[in-house]
Design a binder for this molecule. Structure first.
Ligand SMILES: [Zn+2]
Length: 543
């Protein structure tokens, strides 16, 4: 996601209590395969009625199946079509499984009928024209506020949506549109339509969304021809309120080229289609699988940037198709999206623009207090919202950038593709990425991952150099002033002569407090000045 409303959302989150921040531990031996949600959206107000059919695979006998569900009233629960008793806590639905269920096949069908006023997760509200909208906005653990789910990033499942809503509203959701059917008119009621969408790829609950509202569709057509997991290409479209139809395609002119670039760089696009939706979300943009939601405000100001489109689109691969196994590895989602946003700049603009972008991210890291207090892989942080920080985004992006500089473009992208292929439509941890890149580059990269991701801080360097014309050498001294242990890294220097010619050299700095390196002049070259990290490749402060 893009952290457009970060401060606002942290404030909102804090007032919502700690409940949504906590994740219970996963239930061993339980795996949700499919959710089939039938929801009735009201003409106005926030009361919904729902029926969830949940297909669960059990690999171990279990006496309970626990679903996350906050506040809503549960009417009935069935297991394999038989009604069962259940226990309700404010945020949990505890469904007992009896020994008789053990003899049934490994797959159980759980049904939950529920209803009530939705307070979060599905943002339902009227705009200034009195039109009612409903938008799913689940990150990190708010799916449970409107959907009974195993609400953890590690449990991915396919999802089918059956949405009954007033006929004057459009319904957009994950996956493929299956049908839009007018329902028989009930006396005294407004006309209603059943819209069904379904996915064939598993996604985590935090990405399962619907949009219901007065929205018009702008068709961007078939993009990235032949570069999708599905036949033909990627059907893209934009949904906006009618009065903004003339804004389109606007920045979405680039949407086709963006998907094509990532498909070529990583792998074919992983989903059935890609919709871009003007919505109400806490975030600037939210990367819901195959249906990206953008903040209403950005559209109202007609200020959607290609940067945000590139960032959210990159998430379709990283975050959505390859999902961090748990929140502590969030950088595998946000760091990748942030870096691939910059890679889009590099590809669509030029290398100087890319370096400027990386320089900006580096300044943000150096200015952020979280850099110096928490590691990027932060498995001790229990509140996911707190992980929306410069470690997960900017520093995550920089770790990828340094890996690329260190092992080279060819091996880096080969490694990223191999990591993606191994974990596509599943989950991954930081070690999985380390292993894949290590395998491809035939190097042990654990030291690199440990020093950059598993401890706080960055190198704080004092670098000096002396050009010795008699000995024809440059003496470079590097001291590391940070509190944490010394880092090991390549330091690129540029030598410039009086005629304005330059030579690049790479020095290996070992993990010591002070290192002095002696570099002979390149043949036939008399340097006049030395500059450090000229290509923006090292995450460090340099004095
Ligand atoms: Zn993001």
């Amino acid at each position: 996601m893009t952290r457009y409303f970060l401060l606002l959302s942290i404030a909102t989150f804090a007032s919502a209590g700690s409940l949504q921040g906590q994740n219970r531990s996963p239930q061993r031996g339980i795996d949700v395969l499919h959710y089939d949600f039938s929801l009735t959206i009201p003409d106005s107000g926030r009361n919904i009625e729902g029926l969830a059919l949940i297909t669960v695979r059990r690999s171990l006998p279990a006496r309970h199946f626990i679903l996350d569900l906050v506040d809503l009233h549960v009417d009935t629960v069935w297991v394999n079509q038989r009604p069962v008793g259940f226990a309700r806590e404010p945020d949990l639905l505890d469904i007992p499984l009896t020994p008789s269920h053990d003899s049934s096949p490994d797959t159980l069908l759980i049904a939950v009928r529920y209803q009530g006023e939705v307070k979060d997760g599905l943002i339902i509200h009227a705009d200034e024209k009195g039109r009612w909208y409903a938008f799913g906005d689940n990150w990190p653990t708010r799916a449970r506020c409107w959907l009974p789910t195993v609400d953890q990033p590690g449990d991915k499942a396919t999802v089918t949506w059956n949405i009954t809503a007033p006929s004057n509203r459009k319904v957009v959701a994950n996956g493929t549109l299956v049908e839009e059917k007018s329902l028989p008119l009930k006396s005294g009621a407004s006309s209603r339509t059943l819209t069904r969408w379904t996915t064939t790829r598993p996604i985590p609950p935090y990405l399962m969304v619907i949009a219901v509202g007065t929205l018009v569709k702008y068709d961007l057509g078939l993009t990235a021809s032949g570069l999708s997991e599905f036949p033909n290409g990627v059907q893209q479209s934009v949904y906006v309120v009618p009065e903004l139809a003339d804004y389109l395609p606007g920045p979405f002119k680039s949407a086709g080229a963006i998907v094509e670039f990532y498909s070529r760089t990583v792998a074919p696009f992983p989903y059935e289609k890609l919709a871009h939706v003007q919505s109400f979300t806490r975030y600037g943009g939210m990367e819901n699988a195959s249906a990206i939601f953008y903040a209403n405000d950005l559209f109202q100001r007609r200020d959607v940037s290609t940067g945000i489109i590139a960032h959210e689109t990159a998430h379709q691969w990283f975050g959505d198709a390859v999902t961090p196994q748990s929140w502590g590895h969030l950088w595998l989602s946000e760091g990748f999206a942030s870096y691939f946003e910059q890679l889009w700049v590099e590809s669509s603009t030029d290398i100087p623009a890319f370096r400027t972008g990386m320089g900006r991210l580096r300044n943000e890291i150096l200015r952020s207090s979280v850099t110096f207090s928490r590691p990027v892989v932060d498995t001790l942080e229990t509140v996911p919202m707190k992980l929306l920080n410069s470690n997960s985004y900017q520093k995550g992006a920089w770790v990828l950038h340094m890996l690329r500089s260190m092992i080279g473009d060819s091996l880096f992208f080969q490694g990223v593709r191999s990591y993606y292929r191994s974990h596509r439509h599943a989950t991954a941890t930081t070690d999985d990425l380390c292993d894949e890149l290590g395998k491809v580059s035939k190097r042990d990269l654990r030291w690199f991952f440990d020093q950059w991701l598993r401890r706080p801080g960055v190198p704080e360097l004092v670098v000096t150099s002396k050009i010795d014309h008699d000995k024809q050498e440059i003496v470079v001294s590097v001291s590391q002033d940070q509190k944490s242990n010394p880092y090991r890294f390549p330091l690129r220097i540029a030598l410039l002569d009086t005629a304005g010619r330059s030579q690049l050299m790479s020095l290996q700095v070992s993990a010591e407090r002070t290192v002095t390196l002696v570099v002979p002049f390149p043949a036939g070259f008399r340097p006049a000045t030395v500059s450090y990290d000229p290509n923006t490749e090292l995450l460090a402060s340099i004095r």
